[in-house]
Design a protein around this ligand. Sequence first.
Ligand SMILES: Nc1nc2c(ncn2[C@@H]2O[C@H](COP(=O)(O)OP(=O)(O)OP(=O)(O)O)[C@@H](O)[C@H]2O)c(=O)[nH]1
Ligand SMILES: [Mg+2]
Length: 309
Amino acid sequence: MSDTSSLMMPSGTDTNCGYVALIGAPNAGKSTLVNKIVGSKVSIVTHKVQTTRSLIRGIAIKDKNQVIFVDTPGIFAPKRRLDRAMVNTAWGGAKDADCIGLIVDARKGVNDQIEDLLDRLADIKLPKVLILNKIDLVQRDTLLALAQQINERVKFDETFMVSALNGDRTDDLLDYFAAHMPRGPWLYPEDMISDLPMRQLASEITREKVFLRLHQELPYASTVETEKWEQKEDGSVRIEQVIYVERDNQKMIFLGKGGKSIKAISMAAREELGELLGTKVHLFLFIKVRARWVDDPERYREMGLEFPV
Ligand SMILES: Nc1nc2c(ncn2[C@@H]2O[C@H](COP(=O)(O)OP(=O)(O)OP(=O)(O)O)[C@@H](O)[C@H]2O)c(=O)[nH]1
Ligand SMILES: [Mg+2]
């Protein structure tokens, strides 16, 4: 930290700091929004639903205010144990926050999923903000009607209309939350943008490539864990990761013809990790068949999820 920036650190008694939980249906754009506000990729994003599986914190600063955005898994009607863990985690994150931002995909509008979300949200006595996202895809009069329709169901303190993708009006959101954080010392150093350990971020990056490369049930039938992280003398890093799948035939699809799929996943993940770490990365992916990994508490711990009984 330079002398100038340490002089600019707030002294402590007049600072504000708090948590904003961003909740919403899967694919609403929560992770995209956190990344945009923080100004760096802290949470993975794909076009598929249920990408985020645990709470991911992205930290932003505005003047003397530190705002900790909590990206959450999308909320939907859970079926499997993993789904339940994700949805429980999302609601847990919401209840522990100082303020809740509900993100709604404005193009999709209000469907059953949003109706259920609004019903549960109505019972939570925390400041709430409605964020209509993806305004780049929707006409203005549709947005106004949607804002009104939702506010008639649950009273929000404020409504914002943003595009998380291109950053349209996302600064207004940060300004608003910064102005509504409780008094208190900053919880993270000023240069910290996420509290996710590197090993876990590395697993997430590989998982993102799995989601982008493979289809149907495969991304949902798998999880990625970083098992080894070794700094080499030449400055490069050797990372070993395990991808757990449920069945042999899933392993075959993961591998692809002549190992084509796993190679593509590995290359994409390695490239991004290399950029992130600013050094050469040697990435080794191992696929393990573990029939009941979705019922194994250890896998949930690794993901940062509570194991639902
Ligand atoms: N056009 C447009 N697309 C967006 C916008 N925000 C997000 N997206 C896209 O929506 C898709 C889902 O984005 P995510 O950020 O992964 O959504 P999420 O809410 O975190 O999804 P889950 O983690 O599955 O709950 C991605 O393809 C994004 O590029 C936006 O403002 N405009
Ligand atoms: Mg997400």
